[in-house]
Design a protein around this ligand. Structure first.
Ligand code: FUB
Length: 326
């Protein structure tokens, strides 16, 4: 049994992206609200309008006080805004903090915007336009050697199935079926000013034990949404949600672009449809930040942030955590 902590019982927050800046843990979540919109396969009920930033003050994420740093960005500030502010992430470069956020534009197409602050707590000021050539959602930014790599994408409501080779399909939306290779999440290096893509986004290929790309029918292992990338030892761990099978899984590679080989399950299904996470090292231990819908009585779009310790075995495999453990 793994002990977990609810981090912010006073509000519904989800999709935690977590980083350590200057020795402190900062959490960049989605801010859930009672939208009154019925659940559908496009996630219309997740109609969020702003972001708050949380900070953990102290050495132990399980017990140290958590502070709400206030509203960091509001939909009203974003010149191109349509609806649905979903999972964001924040990266630091040269003393500035860059928030990357997905939102549907006025044509109801997800784009990725950038907002800038002098502080990890915000407030963040959005750029006038989304990143050129951006699409889909669920952002993670990983920094190594001064380069920043953005991972993004999600199928169904995340709209990834509307694209191939970074171009919108004339046919609208095509999800691979059966033995066809599953759709991949995307990875792209950011430009040196952190405001654009430096290259064309590439597929984050996940291979099975035989070195073959995971198939579309392999729904308990294939990528759905919620990318995260962390490094353990000298290996790169790409983790993600399987969406309609409600698992957090991971795959391991030897560089930020992959390919990654599927290794296993991090977290079994939680209460609530979605599962989403980030993984950090802090204070000599590893931590899994995630969410569930227990406090709202199982309402899918009203989620609460949690944290628990994450452990590896001697081979570097992550020890699976039970999503229903309290
Ligand atoms: O919060 C809206 C969406 O739900 C996220 O983008 C997905 O990862 C899922 O958690």
């Amino acid at each position: 049994m793994v002990i977990k902590r609810y981090l912010w019982p006073g509000d519904y927050l989800a999709d935690p992206s977590v980083h350590v800046f200057d020795g402190k843990i900062y959490i960049y979540p989605s801010h859930d609200r009672e939208s009154g919109i019925p659940d559908d396969d496009d996630g219309s009920e997740y109609d969020m309008k702003d972001y708050h930033v949380l900070r953990i003050d102290g050495p132990d994420p399980m017990t140290s006080p958590v502070t709400d740093c206030g509203k960091a960005l509001d939909r009203e500030q974003i010149p191109w805004a349509g609806r649905q502010l979903w999972d964001n992430d924040v990266a630091r470069k040269d003393g500035k903090y860059y928030m990357y956020f997905p939102m549907k534009d006025r044509n109801d197409i997800f784009r990725i915007g950038v907002a800038i602050s002098d502080s990890p707590e915000g407030p963040f000021i959005p750029q006038d336009d989304p990143i050129r050539g951006s699409y889909s959602m669920d952002i993670c930014v990983f920094e190594e050697g001064g380069e920043h790599y953005m991972y993004f994408g999600g199928i169904w409501g995340g709209q990834l199935q509307r694209y191939r080779d970074n171009k919108a399909l004339d046919r609208g939306s095509v999800l691979p079926q059966g033995d066809e290779p599953a759709l991949c999440g995307k990875v792209v290096r950011l430009s040196s000013d952190m405001l654009q893509f430096a290259e064309a986004p590439r597929d984050v290929l996940i291979l099975d034990e035989k070195g073959q790309p995971l198939k579309a029918s392999d729904t308990s292992r294939r990528f759905f949404e919620a990318s995260w990338l962390h490094k353990y030892g000298d290996r790169y761990y790409f983790s993600y949600s399987t969406g309609d099978t409600h698992l957090l899984c991971y795959a391991v590679g030897d560089n930020p672009y992959g390919p990654f080989t599927y290794r296993g399950v991090i977290l079994t299904p939680v209460v609530g449809w979605t599962t989403h996470h980030s993984i950090i090292e802090y204070g000599g231990k590893w931590w899994l930040f995630h969410h569930d819908s227990v406090p709202s009585g199982g309402v899918n779009c009203l989620r609460s942030l949690k944290v628990c310790e994450l452990r590896y075995d001697a081979r570097g495999d992550i020890i699976t955590i039970d999503g229903k453990d309290e």
